[in-house]
Design a protein around this ligand. Structure first.
Ligand SMILES: [Zn+2]
Length: 318
């Protein structure tokens, strides 16, 4: 699932490619009875309303809050998107294929008759990457290009927030941002420490306590700060909180710089993958030696999630 760095990369990609463009039309084939009657574009009746509201508006800018993307329009409304498991935006040009009933990138899709490996295709013709092949929303832009949304598992959400109070209703539930200007360890973990009995990994994953972390970056940040993921919040000493804050910022910034993590299906707005997954020290590293002490990394169920840890050099505070 995209976490803070992947969502931030998407927002940066939207700002660098479609800022100032006018939305001239919108298309979606999401249709889920579970969402009927809700303000979600998976209800086709709502999508029709959504479309009427956004046609003719200009995209002012995009911002990230927690794992949400907010696309501000010059009408005063805001498109709010949560990419969930597999959603990601792409900027390019697609043509409707009447035979397959789907959007095809100009480059076409890779098939085995091509004299190229999958990796070569991903590099040279990124929209041919199979993970970019599940277009469920497409915005037509005034410059003749498209802002498309690929979502293999179809778990993403998209809606229109019509005023500031609707934005606040969505965002007030989230904890502080690790990379916010002027953030300190005290400010970041203040809310989280109101849950003293929680395990630290579980607490970090709770978006209402602190925003933006997911399974990858909790594994990486807890390892870098030598904290065992099952440590109880109440028992972690001040210097370890400080280290967790500093290491988290370093890891999140590095992941943003490397275009996010594409071990799964996350792709950048140009269809290419990020490279942070090549820098993992802990996530998906079970059964390999720890880079600090060479003990073998283990995988362990921690409350509802699975985490990785070094049983030797991550301190268990209980
Ligand atoms: Zn170790």
């Amino acid at each position: 699932m995209p976490e803070l760095p992947e969502v931030q990369n998407t927002v940066d990609g939207i700002n660098s490619s479609v800022m100032g463009e006018t939305i001239t039309d919108a298309w979606s084939d999401y249709d889920s009875p579970f969402y009927y009657g809700k303000n979600q574009i998976k209800d086709p009746v709502y999508f029709n309303y959504f479309k009427q509201q956004i046609i003719g508006t200009k995209i002012l800018r995009a911002e990230r809050r927690a794992k949400h993307i907010l696309i501000y329009l010059d009408s005063g409304a805001t498109i709010a998107v949560h990419m969930k498991m597999t959603g990601h935006f792409l900027y390019g040009h697609w043509d409707w294929d009447n035979v397959d009933n789907k959007w095809q990138p100009e480059s076409g899709f890779w098939d085995t008759s091509w004299d190229m490996t999958k990796d070569e295709v991903k590099k040279t013709m990124p929209f041919s990457d199979p993970f970019n092949n599940f277009i469920h929303v497409l915005f037509h832009l005034g410059n003749g290009m498209h802002l498309a949304f690929s979502d293999m598992r179809k778990f993403a959400s998209m809606t229109l927030l019509e005023n500031e109070s609707e934005i606040q209703d969505l965002l007030h539930q989230y904890g502080p941002e690790p990379l916010a200007h002027g953030m300190t360890a005290h400010k970041l973990f203040h809310k989280l420490k109101t849950r003293p009995n929680k395990k630290i990994k579980t607490a970090l994953l709770d978006q209402s306590l602190v925003a933006g972390y997911g399974n990858i970056y909790t594994d990486e940040a807890l390892f870098a700060s030598c904290i065992h993921p099952e440590s109880r919040v109440r028992a972690i000493p001040d210097d370890a909180w400080e280290k967790l804050f500093i290491e988290s910022k370093k890891i999140l910034r590095s992941a943003i710089k490397h275009g996010g993590d594409s071990m799964g299906d996350y792709r950048r707005i140009d269809g290419t993958g990020g490279t942070f997954h090549n820098m993992h020290t802990m996530y998906q590293k079970e059964k390999t030696p720890c880079i600090r002490c060479e003990e073998i990394i283990i995988k362990k169920q921690i409350d509802a999630r699975v985490g990785r840890l070094c049983p030797n050099c991550q301190v268990l505070y209980i």
